[in-house]
Design a binder for this molecule. Structure first.
Ligand code: DC
Length: 224
């Protein structure tokens, strides 16, 4: 099995780029952030404080399904794929992801995918913790401004209205929280390839990653 770990700060394009790479290489794309978001959404909906979440994990069932190339996240049977994308859930997910029990709970789910399929998995700790033996590791980043602009555009497309400045501040805060936390902080794995996409288009970023994967696996280029 081939596994590709893509880590990096929020808004670097990890999920959208990984999704397109997966589509072209016929891999499974797993967006692990969506799983933390689903736990955060559960806590929000049920008015549960972060510290109390471990007690409720037994009541949380997260399923990942695929509709074509799209990952669908089901929380206790309900499709929450869109509801988990708001700025409020983003910052709650960052808080929730500091909890050891939550990380352990999601780790098993994440690792299982790489046992049965060729995967490209994105998150914060994929290359360092979830798949330390990944075939290819990429650390994907971009400037704060360009990440905020991309996220702003993405939310607008999804019909979620919010201020650019709110998104920029949210990104800076979340980077600080995600990289400074004690457990599985966001950091580049020592053997990851560093890729800054500030000056790369979406297409260039996708092609670059496919090239990295092909060099690493010595695969033939798939027909587009
Ligand atoms: O990638 P994202 O923005 O959807 O992730 C939401 C939050 O989940 C992010 O702030 C940090 C956390 N996360 C994590 O701790 N580990 C992962 N592998 C993926 C996400």
């Amino acid at each position: 099995m081939i596994s590709v770990a893509v880590d990096g700060p929020s808004g670097a394009g990890k999920s959208s780029i990984s999704k397109e790479v997966a589509k072209r290489l016929k891999f499974l794309h797993i967006d692990t952030g969506a799983m933390y978001r689903a736990v955060a959404y559960y806590a929000f909906e049920n008015n549960i404080q972060s510290e109390a979440i471990p007690t409720y994990l037994k009541d949380i069932n997260i399923e990942i399904a695929f509709c074509g190339n799209n990952q669908i996240v089901k929380l206790n049977g309900e499709d929450v794929s869109y509801k988990i994308r708001t700025p409020g859930i983003s910052s709650l997910a960052s808080q929730v992801s500091k909890i050891k029990e939550v990380r352990d709970f999601l780790l098993l789910l994440q690792r299982n995918f790489a046992k049965t399929d060729n995967v490209i998995m994105d998150g914060r700790d994929i290359g360092t913790v979830v798949l330390p033996e990944a075939t290819v590791k990429i650390y994907l980043t971009a400037s704060n401004q360009s990440r905020a602009q991309r996220r702003h555009l993405q939310l607008k497309k999804e019909g979620i209205n919010c201020e650019y400045s709110q998104i920029l501040n949210g990104i800076i805060d979340r980077d600080r929280e995600d990289s400074s936390r004690e457990l599985s902080p966001l950091k580049k794995a020592h053997d990851a390839i560093y890729l800054d996409t500030t000056d790369l288009s979406f297409e260039e970023s996708v092609n670059k990653i496919i090239e990295i994967i092909q060099v690493a696996t010595r695969q033939e280029s798939p027909a587009k």
